[in-house]
Design a protein around this ligand. Structure first.
Ligand code: AMP
Length: 370
C-alpha cells in the first residue's frame, strides 16, 4: 500500500541549508508555488538570501541557531552535500529534512559511495583506498597510469584531485592531498559523460528527466546538452534504473543527480549528488518542469510535474569567471536565456551564471565564442 504523506501546503516556509546559486534557484522556483524560503548558511555572501524571505547566518554546528531555524520552517532541505551530516541528523529530530542525513553519509565520502553503488549492482571506476604511500604504490601497481588520486571528502569541481602520470609522481601527489583519507581511481576510458536526474516523493513516486550529455573542462562542467544524442538507449535505461535503485535504497526524497561515464560496456557511475545539480540547469527553460520546481514538489509531497522537452534541442553553458562579461551579447540572442547569480567577485573558474539556449536544430550559432 502506498504511504500517504501529508503535503507541506503552499504558504509554508521551506528551510534551505546552504546559500549559493542552487539555493537561489530553488527559492526562485518555490515562489510561484506560494512558498517562502529561509536560508541557513555561515558565509557572508549568500546569493540565495537575496531572493529569500529570511536568512540565518550561523555555523552549522550552532545547535541553538539550528533549533531556532527548525522552529521557523515547515520542511528543510539542503543545496550542497558538504553540510555536516550530524547537523542534519540533529534537525531531523525537530522538523522533516528531505533528503535526510543518510544520503549525505553516502555521498560525502567517495569510498562509501562507491561501495554503496556496487552493493546495488552499479559499476564504478576501479578504486583503492589510500592512507599511505604503500597503499598508493599498491593501488598504482594494480591500476596502472595514468590514474587519479582524490580526497575522499570535500572535493568538488575537480578540486581535491591530482592526476598521476607515472608511478614516480606518487609521493608528490600524496603530499599534495594531505597523505590520508584518499581514494585512487583508475582512469575510465569513456566515450561521453552524462547525468541522470531523478525526483522521488515521500510516497515513493518517481519521475526522471531526459538524460543530458555533459562536457567538462579542467574538472568543471562546461556544457550540458539534451537530448543526449549518441548515447546507447539501453545504457541510459540501465543508468536510470540504477539511480532509481539508489533513491529507493536511501528512501530518498527530492531531486537526486548521478553523473555517469558512457563506456563501451555500459554506464559507470562517477559521482552522486543528493541535490539539484548544475547539469540540470537546462531544465529551467528546457523542460516542462524545472529540476528546482521538481525538488520543491518532492520535498513538499506534492504531485511531480511532467518532464518533457520544450524544444528539440537544449544547451546549457556555464558562465565561469569573466565569461559573464558577455551578458550584453547573450541578452541580444533571442535563443538565449541568461541567469546571473549575483556574486560579487568573478574569480577564474567561479560559477557566475549560466545561459540556456533553446534550439530548433543543433547547428545554430552561439552568441558568444567558445
Ligand atoms: P569528479 O569531481 O570526480 O566528478 O571529476 C571531475 C571530472 O574529472 C569528471 O567529470 C571527469 O571528466 C574527470 N574524471 C574524474 N574521475 C575520473 C576517472 N576515474 N576516469 C576518467 N575521468 C575522470
Amino acid at each position: 500500500m502506498t504511504e500517504i504523506v501529508a503535503p507541506v501546503p503552499p504558504g509554508s516556509t521551506i528551510g534551505i541549508l546552504g546559500g549559493g546559486q542552487l539555493g537561489r534557484m530553488l527559492a526562485l522556483a518555490a515562489a510561484p508555488l506560494g512558498y517562502r524560503v529561509h536560508i541557513f548558511a555561515p558565509e557572508p555572501e549568500l546569493v540565495a538570501a537575496d531572493v529569500s524571505a529570511e536568512v540565518t547566518r550561523a555555523d552549522y554546528r550552532d545547535r541553538h541557531a539550528l533549533s531556532a531555524f527548525a522552529a521557523a520552517v515547515d520542511v528543510i532541505t539542503y543545496e550542497f552535500e558538504n553540510v555536516p551530516s550530524d547537523a542534519v541528523a540533529f534537525l531531523e529530530g525537530l522538523c522533516p529534512v528531505r533528503p535526510g542525513h543518510l544520503a549525505l553519509d553516502v555521498s560525502q565520502d567517495r569510498l562509501a559511495e562507491k561501495r554503496f553503488v556496487e552493493g546495488l549492482g552499479g559499476r564504478t571506476a576501479p578504486y583503492w583506498a589510500v592512507d599511505s604511500l604503500a597503499d598508493l604504490d599498491a593501488g598504482l601497481a594494480a591500476s596502472g597510469t595514468p590514474a587519479i588520486l582524490k580526497t575522499r571528502r570535500f572535493g568538488y569541481d575537480g578540486k581535491g584531485q591530482v592526476r598521476i602520470e607515472t608511478a614516480a609522481d606518487a609521493a608528490a601527489a600524496l603530499a599534495d592531498l594531505g597523505g590520508r583519507d584518499l581514494l585512487l581511481e583508475g582512469l575510465v576510458r569513456f566515450e561521453a559523460e552524462f547525468s541522470i536526474i531523478v525526483a522521488r516523493c515521500p510516497n515513493g513516486a518517481e519521475q526522471h528527466f531526459p538524460a543530458c550529455l555533459n562536457t567538462h573542462a579542467g574538472g568543471i562542467l562546461a556544457e550540458s546538452r539534451v537530448p543526449a544524442v549518441g548515447l546507447d538507449p539501453s545504457h541510459v535505461a540501465e543508468a536510470t534504473e540504477l539511480v532509481v535503485r539508489i533513491a529507493d535504497a536511501l528512501d530518498y526524497v527530492g531531486v537526486l543527480t548521478c553523473e555517469f561515464f558512457a563506456c563501451a560496456d555500459g554506464p559507470v557511475l562517477n559521482e552522486m549528488a543528493p541535490r539539484v545539480h548544475n547539469s540540470g540547469h537546462w531544465t529551467i527553460e528546457g523542460a516542462e518542469t524545472s529540476q528546482f520546481e521538481q525538488h520543491v514538489r518532492a520535498i513538499c509531497s506534492l504531485p511531480l510535474g511532467p518532464v518533457g522537452l520544450r524544444a528539440p534541442m537544449v544547451e546549457m553553458r556555464n558562465l565561469l569567471g569573466e565569461d559573464i562579461n558577455h551578458w550584453e551579447a547573450l541578452l541580444a540572442d533571442p535563443a538565449a536565456h541568461l541567469h546571473l547569480y549575483g556574486k560579487s567577485a568573478a574569480a577564474p573558474g567561479r560559477k557566475m551564471g549560466h545561459v540556456t539556449f533553446l534550439r530548433q536544430e543543433g547547428s545554430a550559432k552561439r552568441a558568444f565564442c567558445d
